[in-house]
Design a protein around this ligand. Structure first.
Ligand code: PHE
Length: 344
């Protein structure tokens, strides 16, 4: 026993982890181990001898167990401390920044338009993006075979009757027909339009327009000018000046192109306005006699104006974005930049 105890003490000194401790324990304390062998010797002894031997053996076993238990406890504590040390939380570390979502900048421009128009009593309406030829072209003075249809580069969906609307103007026709020529109309319709354009910095096969239509009695071009000017001042700043250039659309007469004075250089000329001092933001005009008639409004009683703003164009100008594709990719760095600019 003394010999064994000495060996165990010797070996246990070098143990530094629980696994080796367990192995050592198995070596000495398993059924086939030397300590059990000592117990087996009991059966060959006389009753007297058994008593003395038994006591010694018990004391010896206790001491061995003690040795193992003490070290086990020590190693376990060490292991726990090490674990706690590794999992320590440094509360003085700066927190990880969480990026919160920001409204899409295009969406924001559309909402700004909606808000201003709603404050002037306009309703915001919707129309289908997959549209009938009748609404997209025919009722707007573009019958089949009309050469100006080519300019719209339309995506056809089914034969030549269904198409992806090439502008939001079909909503004008839809709304007038719905109101059945009985009441004044005052709506805007922001939405997507599609054209078979090659995508580049200023063209996208899908883009956003903000259509507007007002039909009432005694409406003239000056009402359009007044309304658009007021809207532009609200959206682009009070010192914004508007300019209307003669243009041509089949569904308005007269037709105009709407420009605003460049808000970056206040009309002096800069890179944004290509040194002209002016920026084109959409087309408009007085609703054509035939369009009113075709949509159930008596042109001798009613008159109106319509306009179409290019939403991406307005957003690009307002936020200094020089590529229309920016709106449709998912680069978060861009969105964050917008976010910051907006906050300023
Ligand atoms: N629909 C025209 C376009 O897409 C814009 C427009 C709208 C012009 C309303 C006049 C009136 O270019």
């Amino acid at each position: 026993m003394e010999e064994l105890l000495k060996n165990i003490k010797e070996e246990i000194k070098n143990i530094t982890d629980l696994k080796s401790l367990n192995e050592l324990k198995i070596k000495y304390l398993s059924k086939k181990g030397p300590i059990n062998e000592l117990s087996l010797k009991m059966k060959d002894l006389s009753i007297e001898e058994k008593k003395e031997y038994g006591m010694k053996l018990n004391a010896f076993k206790n001491e061995v167990n003690n040795l193992f238990d003490t070290l086990k406890e020590k190693l376990e504590t060490e292991e726990l401390n090490k674990k706690l040390e590794n999992e320590k939380i440094d509360i003085s570390l700066p927190a990880t920044k969480i990026n919160v979502g920001a409204p899409n900048i295009l969406e924001k421009v559309v909402e700004d338009f909606e808000e201003v128009f709603m404050s002037m009593g306009y309703d915001v309406v919707d129309g289908p993006e997959v549209e009938e030829d009748k609404f997209n072209f025919e009722l707007l003075g573009l019958p089949k075979g009309h050469p100006a249809r080519d300019a719209q580069d339309t995506f056809y969906v089914k034969g030549d009757e269904m198409l992806m609307r090439s502008h939001t103007s079909p909503v004008q026709a839809r709304t007038m027909l719905k109101y059945e020529g009985k009441e004044p109309v005052r709506i805007i319709c922001p939405g997507k339009a599609y054209r078979r354009d090659d995508d580049d910095a200023t063209h996208s096969h899908q883009f956003t327009q903000i259509e507007g239509l007002l039909v009432d009695k005694d409406i003239s071009l000056s009402d359009l000018k007044g309304t658009v000017t007021l809207i532009c001042k609200k959206l682009f700043g009070n010192d914004t000046i508007t300019r209307f250039r003669p243009s041509y659309y089949q569904f308005t007469e007269p037709s105009v192109e709407m420009d605003i004075s460049c808000f970056a250089c206040k009309g002096n000329g800069c890179s944004i306005c290509k040194n002209t001092g002016w920026i084109t933001i959409g087309g408009a005009g007085v609703v054509h006699y035939d369009v009113l008639k075709g949509c159930g409004y008596d042109p001798n009683i009613w008159s109106g104006f319509a306009f179409g703003f290019g939403a991406e164009r307005c957003a690009m100008l307002k936020y200094g974005i020089n590529d229309i594709r920016t709106f449709y990719n998912t680069d978060l760095r861009e969105t964050r930049n917008f976010d910051r600019k907006d906050a300023e």
